[in-house]
Design a protein around this ligand. Structure first.
Ligand code: VGL
Ligand code: ZN
Length: 201
């Protein structure tokens, strides 16, 4: 058993991010058994769930003439346009069927506001609208975080950097994450996490 201040954050292990899903991360399902095993040793387990309305503005389908993986400008800055994914209540938004969700103390949903994407478990992409997770963790005295899940270069990366910025001690278990990795995003994410003081294990 780990220290009582330690929490495991399992990021977006959902059907749409696994092979066969709408925004499949290569090997996304391969990390599920290892994550289930890791949960057993943690005093707190928190899951995040990407949870978009069908007309979410991060979807290329909402921008005539744009294709998935094109860029656009949002009021808060540049935004990658994604294929429609993790639409609220659809099978693709469900957790991977083999993920052991029984151990979760909290499921935090994100990306539910149409006009603003949310990669991070802590803030939406404007970097100021909070999800409430910081307060939850701090009021429970959970200050040391281990992050696993999908995708290394987007939601895991943004969550880890925000957590470090908020003063949490953060470790990313790279062996229990998988990346989308386009346009050098994985290398950039690793550099950014290391610069923020995140331990890459
Ligand atoms: C994610 C792209 C869009 C992720 C979520 O979970 O990394 N990536 N929405
Ligand atoms: Zn999303």
């Amino acid at each position: 058993m780990r220290d009582a201040t330690e929490a495991l954050l399992v990021i977006d292990v959902q059907v749409d991010f696994c092979p066969g899903g709408a925004l499949a991360v290569p090997g996304g399902d391969a990390i599920v058994p290892g994550i289930n095993a890791l949960m057993a040793g943690f005093p707190a387990v928190i899951l995040t769930q990407d949870w978009h309305p069908a007309d979410h503005l991060s979807f290329a389908s909402q921008h005539p003439g744009k294709a998935p993986m094109d860029m656009t400008e949002m009021p808060y800055g540049p935004q990658v346009l994604w294929p429609d994914h993790c639409v609220q209540g659809t099978p693709g938004a469900a957790f991977h069927p083999d993920l052991d969700t029984t151990r979760a103390d909290l499921v935090i949903r994100k990306g539910f506001r149409r006009a603003i994407d949310s990669y991070s478990a802590f803030f939406e992409n404007d970097r100021t609208t909070p999800t409430g997770l910081e307060g939850y963790l701090k009021t429970r005295g959970l200050t040391r975080l281990t992050l696993v899940g999908l995708a290394t270069d987007f939601c895991v990366n943004y969550s880890a950097v925000d957590a470090a910025r908020l003063g949490f001690e953060v470790t990313v278990r790279q062996d229990l994450c998988r990346a989308i990795d386009f346009g050098g995003s994985l290398a950039a994410a690793r550099d950014g996490m290391a610069a923020a003081g995140v331990a890459l294990a």
